[in-house]
Write a protein that binds this ligand. Sequence first.
Ligand SMILES: [Ca+2]
Ligand SMILES: [Ca+2]
Length: 250
Amino acid sequence: MRSSMLKVTALVGLIAALSCPAFARADIISNLIRYWKFDETVAGPVVDATGNSDGTNYGATIDQPGERDRAYLFDGVDDYVDTNSVAIPATGDFSLFAWVKTSQTESQGSIFSVNAGQSGRANLAIDNGKLAWFHKGGVGFVQSSMDINDDVWHLVGITRLSDTFTFWVDEGSELVGTSYAAIAVDENLVLGSKASHDGLWFDGLIDDARVYGRALSADDVSELIPEPGTLALLATGLIGLLCYAWRKRK
Ligand SMILES: [Ca+2]
Ligand SMILES: [Ca+2]
């Protein structure tokens, strides 16, 4: 029994040691330049938790069950949120991330957009069920291989690190392409439709939208996904190990 307890202690220590470096490396705070939580329960500004630029809601249904607290529901017909700011740098590194829950099957339902038909226009969208990016004069239209229209919450995003654009869906990533071309910075960033709000309507829930003025790393992205608490993990591990020790003893 004593050796079993020693094994348990050693394994718990190992689990703790393995889980700690990931927490130490990840950073989801630095250079967060916009953060719309969509937690509003009464009509009013779409609050930017960074204090930089509250958005304006044009028709999305607020106070819906979210991935984190409350979310906004976009009807795929004419709902959008204007963030009242440009937000994405023309040529610098950036990250766009949001949680979405949708079963949309049509082409190009825009999640984030600075596309008003102008040169350098861009949008991150759901296209035939998959995450897609369009950048006129840059990488063009690129559809990922990752499905996101199964009506469960997915973290979706795009990062630009120098010339390299990367798709993110939950813990997975995929190369979009490379380009040094500038993104248009003459239109406000809009969620739920084109920046000109005349098409590319998104049909589903959007929650916890963030813009960073840097490219998040894989560790950073993992940190955006809620995990069971460390204590819960340790307790689960302990119970499993105790059961193993008990069975061995018998
Ligand atoms: Ca929320
Ligand atoms: Ca509507």
